[in-house]
Design a protein around this ligand. Structure first.
Ligand code: ADP
Length: 169
C-alpha cells in the first residue's frame, strides 16, 4: 500500500497544546504529516504569516516523539496545495458541536473543489477541548498563566509580541 500524507491545516495564531494533540494523533495514523499554516484572510492574526510558520516549526521541534512531521506556510487554496503534495487527507480537530457547522461547510466545499481528498476529524484529549488560540491570547493579555496550554516557544513569542500590553505589567 502506498504511503498516506495528511495535511493538518490551521491559522495557528498561535499553536496550542490542543493543536499539538491533534497533530500527535494524526502522526500515529498517517505516514507523513504536513502542518499547513494558512495566511487566513478572514481573521486578523496577532502573529504575521512568517512568524506563525516559524513559531509552529519551533513548537513541533519542541515535541518529543513526533516523526515525519513538517511545517509549511500555504498561500492560496488548501486543496490545490494538497494536490501538489499528493496528500489524500486533510485532518481537522473537533472540539465541540460548535466547531461542527463550519467544518461541515468546509468539508463539502473542499469536496467540490477536489473530490480525491478526504477530510478526517479527530477529537482532542478532553482537557484540551476548551482550548483555542483566541482564549490563549485573552488569558495572556489579561495577565493569566498560559504555560499549561501552549508549548514553551509560544510563551516566549507571546512575551516578545505583547511586551508592555499585559494587564499585570
Ligand atoms: P482555523 O482558522 O483554520 O480554524 P485554527 O488554528 O483556529 O485555524 O484551528 C485549526 C484546527 O485545529 C481546526 O480544525 C480546529 O478545530 C483545531 N483546533 C484548534 N484548537 C483545538 C483544540 N484545542 N483541540 C482540538 N482541535 C483544535
Amino acid at each position: 500500500m502506498s504511503e498516506i500524507t495528511a495535511i493538518v491545516p490551521g491559522t495557528f495564531d498561535p499553536i496550542t497544546n490542543g493543536h499539538l494533540d491533534i497533530i500527535k494523533r494524526a502522526n500515529t495514523i498517517f505516514d507523513k504529516i504536513i502542518v499547513a499554516v494558512a495566511v487566513n484572510t478572514s481573521k486578523t492574526p496577532l502573529f504575521t504569516f512568517e512568524e506563525r510558520v516559524e513559531l509552529t516549526k519551533k513548537a513541533i521541534e519542541s515535541v518529543e516523539g513526533l516523526s515525519g512531521v513538517v511545517v509549511e506556510g500555504v498561500r492560496g487554496l488548501l486543496v490545490d496545495f494538497a494536490r501538489k503534495e499528493k496528500a489524500r487527507v486533510i485532518v481537522r480537530g473537533l472540539r465541540a458541536v460548535s466547531d461542527f457547522e463550519y467544518e461541515m461547510q468546509m468539508a463539502f466545499m473542499n469536496r467540490r473543489l477536489n473530490k480525491e481528498i478526504e477530510m478526517v476529524y479527530l477529537m482532542p484529549y478532553i482537557k484540551y477541548s476548551f482550548l483555542s488560540s483566541s482564549i490563549i491570547k485573552d488569558v495572556f493579555i489579561n495577565g493569566g498563566d498560559i504555560s499549561k496550554f501552549v508549548p514553551q516557544p509560544v510563551i516566549e513569542a507571546m512575551y516578545k509580541k505583547l511586551e508592555g500590553v499585559r494587564g499585570d505589567e
